[in-house]
Design a protein around this ligand. Structure first.
Ligand code: BEZ
Length: 211
């Protein structure tokens, strides 16, 4: 059975390019992003890890640790990181897990046998400080993910966790957010001093609270 939203993220110990880690210990009380890619020394994966490396500071500002994973060996990861740094003009500073026995890939359902028996697909999980799964996305090997979108979802999740607001379709940083249905309009007016715009009793906007 695949992992679903709200499930506990399985803990694991792993060999990574940053040494051996215990996943929960590594995340501490922050957020985590765990994402798999099919294989080292492949073009789409090279660009994905490059784009992630460019956003390292943004993830750190959000108290979020990023980890990549494939079933390749640590030696292959080490050589490939040099290529990523060279070709994408970055410095990959996040760990890449060497999941050679596929134990983590299986625990997270990253291998989809009808796509490939041997390689992980492009799975991505956002994990909250409570170690619960907050987001899952799955892309095929041929489509690189948009890590700016991943950052946008992380912002939305953190707004919900900290301020009880949701974000509307196509929301971007700085735009109005939505008062969640669980908060009454009366309570919202008290909770959000920047104002509450009531379009319908169930559709209420407020300026982004942390701006
Ligand atoms: C890639 O990362 O470029 C890739 C990997 C596996 C299959 C297709 C593309």
């Amino acid at each position: 059975m695949s992992l679903r939203l709200g499930d506990a993220a399985p803990n694991f110990k792993a060999k990574t390019t940053a040494g051996e880690i215990d996943f929960y210990e590594y995340l501490g009380d922050g957020w985590g992003i765990l994402f798999s890619h099919p294989a080292d020394y492949t073009p789409v994966c090279t660009t994905e890890l490059g784009k992630t490396a460019l956003l390292q500071e943004e993830f750190a500002k959000r108290n979020t640790k990023v980890l990549a994973l494939s079933v390749d060996s640590l030696d292959r990861h080490a050589g490939w990181v040099n290529d990523i740094n060279e070709t994408q003009s970055v410095n990959v500073g996040f760990p890449i897990i060497a999941d050679e026995d596929k134990s983590i890939a299986h625990a997270y359902g990253m291998i989809h046998p009808n796509a490939s028996e041997n390689f992980t697909v492009r799975s991505l999980f956002i994990i909250g400080p409570d170690k619960k799964i907050k987001l899952t996305i799955t892309y095929p090997a041929s489509t690189g993910r948009n890590f700016v979108e991943v950052l946008r979802v992380l912002d939305s999740l953190q707004l919900t966790a900290n301020y009880s607001v949701a974000t509307p379709a196509n929301w971007a940083e700085g735009e109005d957010v939505i008062v969640v249905p669980a908060v009454s309009t009366e309570a919202a007016i008290e909770k959000f001093p920047k104002g509450v715009k009531v379009v319908k009793p169930y559709l209420r906007y407020t300026p982004q609270p942390n701006k």
